[in-house]
Design a protein around this ligand. Structure first.
Ligand SMILES: N[C@@H](CCC(=O)N[C@@H](CS)C(=O)NCC(=O)O)C(=O)O
Length: 201
């Protein structure tokens, strides 16, 4: 198996954490999706990461579909915890905010930093604020054995927000999410996948 990944993508980080927690070790292929790597483009017409190329040549794309495949194929260490509806419900809140944060970053690529103050930019910012407020008062329950998709998505969200919006005065308190992230940094799956700028080619 081969995973196309970038060091900045929150979607990729979710999949990388899930793969490591499941004990699945594909070859890791670092790529900048914006540079149209031919191998990535052949595997995924959208040329996006994460893309997981299976040994039989089929490609899995879209982080949540990859997670679904992982959960079915490697059911041993479930990412759904003891209350799957709770885990999925909370993961959805974190995913919504990840989508909103990624939309702001892409919006800046399309226009400039002025996108943040546009009606769509402010709406995406509101999504982040409301999701963070909700997760702060209602942290996902923690499982010693394997983190749930809710915990993975929440930690990926908060680390991505600090990475992309380091001095954002509009962010509400993230103290509880920060502590959740710090606790999980003890796990290699979280620690080795922290977001960072792509190496210069
Ligand atoms: N819905 C997709 C989103 C994937 C995505 O947007 N990946 C970004 C990196 S964070 C990407 O590859 N962007 C390149 C592009 O949009 O052309 C998922 O969940 O995997």
């Amino acid at each position: 198996m081969k995973l196309f990944y970038s060091t900045t993508s929150p979607y990729t980080r979710i999949v990388r954490i899930a793969l490591m927690e499941k004990g699945v070790e594909p070859i890791q292929h670092l790529t900048d999706p914006w540079k149209d790597d031919p191998g990535l483009l052949a595997a995924n017409p959208s040329a996006r990461v994460p893309t997981l190329l299976l040994d039989d040549g089929r490609a899995l794309t879209e982080s949540l579909l990859i997670i679904q495949w992982l959960e079915i194929t490697y059911p041993g260490r479930s990412l759904l915890g003891t209350d799957p509806a709770a885990a999925l419900s909370q993961a959805g809140i974190a995913f919504g905010a990840i989508d909103a944060a990624a939309a702001i970053i892409i919006g800046r690529r399309m226009t400039d930093a002025g996108f943040d103050q546009s009606p769509v930019g402010l709406r995406r910012r509101r999504s982040i604020i409301e999701a963070v407020k909700r997760l702060e008062t209602q942290l996902p329950s923690e499982h010693v054995e394997t983190p749930t998709i809710a915990t993975i998505a929440s930690v990926v969200l908060i680390d991505y927000l600090h990475f992309r919006f380091p001095r954002a005065e509009w962010l509400p308190s993230t103290a509880n999410l920060d502590r959740l992230s710090e606790r999980h940094r003890l796990r290699p799956s979280f620690e080795t996948t922290l977001p960072c700028d792509m190496p210069v080619a």
